[in-house]
Ligand binder design. Structure first.
Ligand SMILES: NC(=O)C1=CN([C@@H]2O[C@H](COP(=O)(O)OP(=O)(O)OC[C@H]3O[C@@H](n4cnc5c(N)ncnc54)[C@H](O)[C@@H]3O)[C@@H](O)[C@H]2O)C=CC1
Ligand SMILES: O=C(O)CCC(=O)C(=O)O
Length: 387
């Protein structure tokens, strides 16, 4: 039996299924792995028994991924699984910011008792005249799973679409409409934009990336949409830009104490991924990642360890070593296996940044003294006997 602790409501109806061989537990101390969403794990006391964490979603700024890597904990996310949901709400926010829809509906509600409301609505409507998205210039920052979809949707709405992403993946470059014009600098992207939408992770080079300098380059009365993370915008700069009309609207998914006091905002409850489809997609992806890791040691979509797969564990034994990406690790591991006279059927070593992963199948089970010797190798973070 394997034990799973869920943190957060993974889906609205609470349904998550791991299937046979798995049980949910209340206490993290009793779990092998964690399935979670947005809870901040910085400062969380993670028990040593936890081998893996799967984040149902894209952003992992709520998880100390490098600290966990050094403890031999593999962190997964679910890339792309909620991207369509975010794309749709971002387009909705752009339309809401352009057409006086919310204000017009408020007017109707406030005048519900007026017997002449139908006639008076005709008079009131001029206050809610907006403009169309077609023909407007939009800048998309980050052309990954969400940004590439937003950019393509904006193209199909007839917008002039500009994108900025110095690290764009080949996959997303292929997915991008040829009508999206790529721009080399953030400043060139912002210049003259009527709409600016943010789709980058929160990390050292994106925190505060939208500030006065960038906002001043936008067209006067531009709309800023932030469904990425609250940290990416300088909130004081956004507040000032809203007060002096440089921004006409700010649509954000993050109800921070500062944004809730700003004028001309549409603020949601971190609901960008709030669809049943997105929740199910994220949960399915995260669960299959955890199961493949716990049962076979395979890693897919990890944010702190390399991808690595040897298929189903079919040999007598499978061992996985999580370790630092430093010289002579394979030499040290194979020397210990040779001392045990172990016959290795297959071995894979992969690395990503500071961390590396070595997995091997052997004909027979290894002695416990051999496992202990592997654990004693300096810079080995964890040794797992998968089978
Ligand atoms: N509001 C919500 O519910 C949701 C929010 N998000 C947020 O949106 C972010 C993006 O999501 P995805 O598109 O799924 O992630 P992704 O990883 O597919 O795409 C992120 C893109 O940002 C680019 N990027 C990284 N640093 C950059 C920089 N300095 N300048 C420009 N581009 C840069 C990357 O190259 C990548 O193409 C997530 O990290 C998360 O914080 C994602 C999903 C739901
Ligand atoms: O609804 C959630 O769990 C948050 C989604 C999100 O912010 C993400 O995927 O990065």
């Amino acid at each position: 039996m394997r034990y799973i602790k869920t943190i957060d409501d993974i889906t609205k109806d609470g349904n998550v299924e791991f299937g046979e061989g798995y049980e949910f537990v209340e206490r993290t101390e009793d779990a092998d792995a964690i399935l979670m969403r947005s809870t901040d794990l910085h400062g969380y006391e993670l028990p040593d028994g936890i081998r893996a964490i799967a984040r149902c979603g894209a952003g992992v700024n709520n998880i100390p991924v490098e600290e966990y890597a050094k403890r031999g904990v593999v962190v997964f996310n679910s890339p792309g699984a909620n991207a369509n949901a975010v794309k749709e709400i971002v387009i909705a926010m752009m339309i809401l910011s352009s057409r006086g829809i919310v204000q017009s509906m408020e007017w109707v509600r406030n005048n519900a008792g007026d017997p002449d409301i139908l006639v008076n609505a005709e008079k009131a409507k001029k206050a809610f005249v907006g403009h169309e998205l077609k023909g407007k210039r939009i800048g998309v920052i980050g052309l990954g799973n969400v940004g590439s979809k937003v950019a393509n949707a904006a193209v199909s709405l007839g917008m002039n679409v500009y994108g900025y992403d110095p690290f764009i993946s080949v996959e997303h470059a292929w997915a991008l409409s040829q009508d999206v014009q790529r721009v080399g600098t953030l400043e060139d992207l912002c210049r003259g934009c009527d709409y600016l939408t943010l789709h980058v992770p929160s990390k050292a080079d994106t925190v505060g990336m939208i500030s006065t300098e960038q906002l001043d380059l936008l067209a006067p009365g531009a709309v800023l949409v932030n469904f990425a993370r609250e940290t990416i915008v300088d909130e004081d700069a956004v507040d000032t830009a809203l007060h002096r009309g440089q921004l006409s609207w700010f649509a954000t998914d993050f109800a921070t104490p500062k944004t809730v006091l700003m004028p001309n905002t549409f603020i949601t409850t971190h609901s960008g991924a709030g669809t049943g489809e997105a929740e199910a997609n994220c949960a399915d992806m995260a669960i299959s990642e955890l199961k493949d890791y716990l049962e076979n040691g395979n890693i897919a979509h990890s944010v702190n360890y390399p991808a690595c797969s040897m298929g189903k564990a079919r040999a007598a034994s499978r061992i996985a070593c999580l370790h630092a990406n430093v010289p002579n690790m394979i030499g040290q591991i194979t020397r210990i296996l040779a001392d045990d006279n172990a016959n290795v059927q297959r071995m894979v070593n992969e690395s990503a940044g500071e961390n590396a992963y070595t997995m091997f199948d052997t004909d027979e089970h290894l002695d416990s003294s051999t496992i202990e010797a592997l654990k004693r190798i300096p810079a080995v973070y964890r040794v797992r006997v998968i089978k």
